[in-house]
Design a protein around this ligand. Structure first.
Ligand SMILES: C[S@@+](CC[C@H](N)C(=O)[O-])C[C@H]1O[C@@H](n2cnc3c(N)ncnc32)[C@H](O)[C@@H]1O
Length: 307
């Protein structure tokens, strides 16, 4: 029971985790001391954690699940209405973790074309656009109109280097805004987890159409048995490894096998696919919580069209 008590102590209340705790502050807050290791197999649960997962209760009703799917865009848009740009922290780690983002450095004349799929308010793209060494053009899309508007209002947004647009990755053809086969790198950072598992393949097919042959998808998202997954209370489970938060946004927790199969079914080849394990220490509470992310790279086979 120690972990469960600790979790309540960590949060200080009884609420479900918010996306910020999962992907923002808990991952990168300066008040936390991170330690990171890569692992090829899933985290082993303690008996207490297993017991907790066993007590998740019945799935959310089919009617409510349909409503959540129908209102997914609205719920994310409301999320940005409440939180504006103050929620997720800028992700300064992307060039460290994904050296492909620096590929353009090797050839002075080459411009890297990037698509940040599910860009939110731009926490991934603005650190990249600020990096003077990167010769980069960024397409950025999100299905929350508010998030896209925040991206466009950012002082670092300039149409010569960036184009933001609204798009539901599960149903709006990306080729309306991005030329077919023109993108070197797609980043999918804490986005696919927000998509219903039945629509993840549609999302990857959409992305694949704008990616160059030989282009790469850089993926980072919640991993199986992440601390956030174990904190969902009874009544929040939508399906296997799939949960709903209090604000109506949803989160899937990926096993590496599930992700590899999903990409491979869509015609991608796996380059790397590892769990990232972090012990996040909350100094104030003196608590260690196990975070699990999945970090992966997939390529669309074919000759690279980069020049
Ligand atoms: C956790 S945020 C991550 C934002 C950004 N990638 C980052 O790293 O800060 C997830 C984003 O995915 C977007 N999203 C969820 N489902 C989507 C869909 N079907 N099409 C486009 N965007 C979607 C949400 O609006 C939200 O902005």
């Amino acid at each position: 029971m120690a972990l469960i008590q600790s979790e309540n102590c960590f949060r200080g209340d009884n609420k479900l985790p918010t996306p910020q705790e999962e992907a923002g502050s808990a991952e990168e807050s300066p008040s936390c001391v991170p330690g990171q290791a890569k692992a090829s197999s899933a985290r082993v649960l303690s008996p207490e954690e297993l017991d907790r997962l066993g007590r998740e209760g019945a799935l959310v009703s089919g009617f409510k699940q349909m409503k959540l799917e129908k209102e997914a865009q609205k719920n994310w848009d409301l999320f940005y209405k409440r939180n504006t740009t103050n929620f997720f922290k800028d992700r300064h780690w992307t060039t460290r973790e994904f050296e492909e983002l620096k590929a353009c450095r090797e050839f002075e004349s080459q411009r890297l074309v990037l698509l940040e799929a599910g860009c939110g308010v731009g926490n991934c793209i603005f650190p990249l656009l600020q990096d003077d060494d990167l010769n980069i053009f960024v397409y950025a899309c999100d299905f929350s109109p508010r998030a896209v508007e925040f991206v466009k209002q950012n002082p670092l947004y300039c149409p010569e280097r960036c184009r933001a647009f609204q798009c539901d990755l599960t149903k709006d053809d990306l080729r309306v805004n991005v030329p077919e086969g023109s993108v070197d790198v797609v980043t999918l950072i804490f986005v696919l987890s927000a998509v219903h598992p039945d629509k993840m393949k549609l999302t990857l097919e959409n992305i694949s159409r704008v990616l160059k042959p030989g282009g790469i998808v850089l993926f980072r998202d919640y991993g199986l048995y992440d601390h956030a997954m174990l904190r969902f209370k009874a009544g929040s489970k939508l399906g296997e490894n799939f949960y709903v938060r209090q604000d109506g946004t949803r989160s899937y927790f990926f096993s590496k096998e599930f992700l590899a199969e999903l990409f491979e079914e869509t015609g991608f080849q796996c380059l790397t696919n590892d769990y990232v394990l972090r012990e996040t220490v909350n100094k104030k509470e003196g608590l260690c919580v196990p975070r699990v992310f999945l970090q992966s790279k997939f390529t669309r086979p074919g000759q690279s069209g980069s020049s």
